[in-house]
Ligand binder design. Structure first.
Ligand SMILES: NC(=O)c1ccc[n+]([C@@H]2O[C@H](COP(=O)([O-])OP(=O)(O)OC[C@H]3O[C@@H](n4cnc5c(N)ncnc54)[C@H](OP(=O)(O)O)[C@@H]3O)[C@@H](O)[C@H]2O)c1
Length: 229
C-alpha cells in the first residue's frame, strides 16, 4: 500500500485530498495540528507547520518507525494573516518538512507544493521576480528570503513555486518528481463561498501531481494538469 503524508488535512483541499487517496487504497498520514481533526480512514500526525520543533518531531517519529513515503503533499497554508505567519507556514514550513523528510522519500516518490495563481510571477514586483528567477537559486536563498518575508500571500506562493523547482533539481537523481500545483479558486474557508470550484475539483488538481506517471514532469507549475506561468 503506498503511503502519503498530506499537511493541512483537517479541512478544505487537504482534507478532500486525504479522503480521496484513502478511498483509493493509500495509507494516508494526515498532518494536522489537532489530531481529532484528521479524517476517518487516515492516521493523524500532529504537526504545526509554523513551528520548526514540531516539524522536526514529526520527522523524528516517522524516521523512528522506519516510515517510507511514496508521496508528500505540502498543502497547509494561510492567507489573510500577518506576513511573518504567512511566510512561516507557506514557505519555511514546506522547506523544513521536505528537507527533514527527503531521506524517507521512496525512489520515484511524488512531492506536491500546493501553490496559487496569486503566486504567478507576472503578479509579483520585479525585484522579487529577479531573485526567484536567479540561476542557481538555492534552498538557503529561499530560507533567507522567507526570513525577510518580502510581500504577502502571493509573494509567498511565488517563493513556494520556485522552491518546487529547487527541490526537483535536488531530488531528480532519485527519480522523485516535485511540482507546484494550484488548486484554482476553491470554495473553502480560505477561498470563501463565492469561489467557483468545489473542494473536489481543487483536490483533483492537486492529486494530479501525486498520480504522475514515472518520468512525468518535475519542477513545473500546473493547474488541472496544465502548465501555468
Ligand atoms: N481555496 C483556494 O481558493 C486556494 C487557492 C489557491 C491556493 N490555495 C492553497 O491551497 C491550500 C489549502 O487551502 P484551503 O483552501 O483548503 O484552506 P483552508 O480551508 O483554510 O485550510 C487550511 C489548512 O491549512 C492548515 N494550517 C494552517 N496553518 C497551519 C499550521 N500552522 N500548521 C499546520 N497546518 C496549518 C489548516 O489546519 P487547521 O484546521 O489546524 O487550521 C487547514 O487544514 C493552501 O496552501 C492554500 O494556500 C487555496
Amino acid at each position: 500500500m503506498p503511503t502519503v503524508l498530506i499537511t493541512g488535512a483537517s479541512r478544505g483541499i487537504g482534507r478532500a485530498s486525504a479522503v480521496t487517496l484513502a478511498a483509493q487504497g493509500w495509507e494516508v498520514l494526515a498532518g494536522v495540528r489537532d489530531p481529532l481533526a484528521a479524517p476517518s480512514g487516515t492516521q493523524a500526525e500532529r504537526v504545526d507547520m509554523a513551528d520548526p520543533e514540531s516539524i522536526a518531531a514529526l520527522a523524528r517519529r516517522l524516521r523512528g518507525r522506519g516510515q517510507s513515503l511514496d508521496a508528500l503533499v505540502n498543502n497547509a497554508g494561510v492567507y489573510e494573516q500577518a506576513r511573518r505567519l504567512i511566510w512561516d507556514v507557506n514557505v519555511l514550513g514546506p522547506l523544513r518538512l521536505t528537507l527533514a523528510l527527503e531521506e524517507l522519500l521512496a525512489p520515484g516518490a511524488r512531492v506536491v507544493m500546493v501553490t496559487s495563481g496569486l503566486g504567478s510571477l507576472s503578479a509579483q514586483p520585479p525585484e522579487l521576480v529577479r531573485r526567484l528567477r536567479a540561476p542557481g537559486l538555492s534552498l538557503d536563498d529561499l530560507h533567507g528570503m522567507a526570513r525577510e518575508a518580502p510581500g504577502g500571500y502571493g509573494a509567498s506562493k511565488a517563493a513556494l513555486t520556485a522552491m518546487a523547482r529547487v527541490f526537483a533539481n535536488r531530488l531528480r537523481a532519485r527519480g522523485i518528481l516535485v511540482n507546484a500545483i494550484s488548486p484554482g479558486w476553491v470554495s473553502t474557508d480560505m477561498g470563501g463561498a463565492n469561489a467557483p470550484r468545489s473542494v473536489q475539483q481543487g483536490a483533483a488538481s492537486v492529486l494530479w501531481g501525486v498520480h504522475l506517471p514515472m518520468g512525468g514532469p518535475s519542477g513545473g507549475c500546473f493547474e488541472d494538469g496544465l502548465p501555468m506561468e
